[in-house]
Design a protein around this ligand. Structure first.
Ligand code: ADP
Ligand code: MG
Length: 272
């Protein structure tokens, strides 16, 4: 039998068994094993490991896509020194994901631009990599989704879908003031959620101001806060906008390299 026949057979069988790495790489792995003097079991172990690694990577990619993060943001790109109010050790510990099984709440609170969405996303990505199902929503987007589902009589289906996630990230509580119906929908969802799975909420508001989001309903807000803060990790983002500070710092180092004017000058230049 020529070498080509088993190669073709392996490829055909591997395709049918949906083992794409084996289909594409078996011959190369076999040659490498032969030239390195490795036995058949070593060869098989290496090939199957590569197949499993690719399958894990595909599952992870699908999970991250399903979470619908606005942008990929990693903890490794986060400058903790820029925000001393934030408990860095707690963030690193949370990234390990023990809070997920305990269905705990993380409240990230602070003014705009201080890194709340960045850290929430990074924690979400970490959860995806731990094999957890995650969904990222903005509060405005979530409320719209809930209202649409209610109008179409499929609210319980949407709630069930959200229940199946291990982590729900609600970004930007406080950016929009909700009308009473929307406030009630969000309240019901969050009050239910905290019993079902982990939850991250980011907000630019102090707790005392949460009533403004919930249409001034103090009783509703107090009831919600009471539930959410029951098993909660508080991440405090105190300070000014990171990007704003970065651009100030950049200007201090190179005052002549103001990016806007540089761009305008370049824009006016004719091509050489
Ligand atoms: P917030 O959600 O609090 O309004 P973001 O997380 O959207 O703030 O941060 C605004 C931008 O600044 C993002 O691009 C984010 O990656 C970046 N950023 C904020 N804080 C930091 C930090 N400490 N280290 C690195 N990047 C940061
Ligand atoms: Mg944000």
């Amino acid at each position: 039998m020529s070498a080509l026949v088993p190669e073709l057979l392996v490829r055909a069988h591997a395709k049918r068994l949906r083992l794409p790495v084996m289909a594409a790489q078996a011959a190369r792995y076999a040659e490498e094993a032969a030239s390195a003097g490795h036995g058949p079991l070593d060869f098989l172990a290496a090939l199957l490991s590569a197949e499993v690694a690719q399958r894990d990577a595909n599952v992870e990619r699908t999970r991250i896509a399903a979470a619908r993060f606005p942008e990929g943001k990693e903890l490794s790109d986060f400058d903790f020194a820029a925000i001393p109010s934030l408990n860095a050790a707690l963030v690193v510990e949370l990234a390990r994901g023990a809070y997920l099984a305990r269905r705990e709440v993380i409240l990230a609170v602070g003014p705009p631009g201080t890194g709340k969405t960045h850290v929430a996303t990074a924690l979400g990505l970490a959860a995806c990599r731990l094999g957890r199902r995650v969904r990222f929503v903005t509060v405005a987007g979530l409320v719209t989704e809930l209202a649409e589902a209610q109008a179409e009589h499929r609210l319980s289906r949407l709630e069930a879908a959200l229940d199946r996630t291990d982590l729900l990230i609600c970004d930007e509580l406080g950016f929009v003031r909700l009308d009473p119906d929307a406030a009630q929908l969000l309240f019901t969802l969050l009050a239910h959620r905290y019993t079902r799975g982990a939850l991250i909420i980011t907000s630019n508001l102090e707790f005392a101001e949460w009533t403004t989001v919930f249409g001034g309903d103090e009783r509703l807000t107090a009831a919600l806060l009471d539930r959410l803060t029951h098993r909660c990790h508080l991440l405090e983002f105190r300070g000014s906008s990171y990007r704003f500070r970065e651009s100030l710092a950049a200007r201090e180092i190179r005052p002549e390299a103001d990016s806007a004017s540089t761009r305008t000058r370049r824009g006016k230049e004719s091509p050489e």
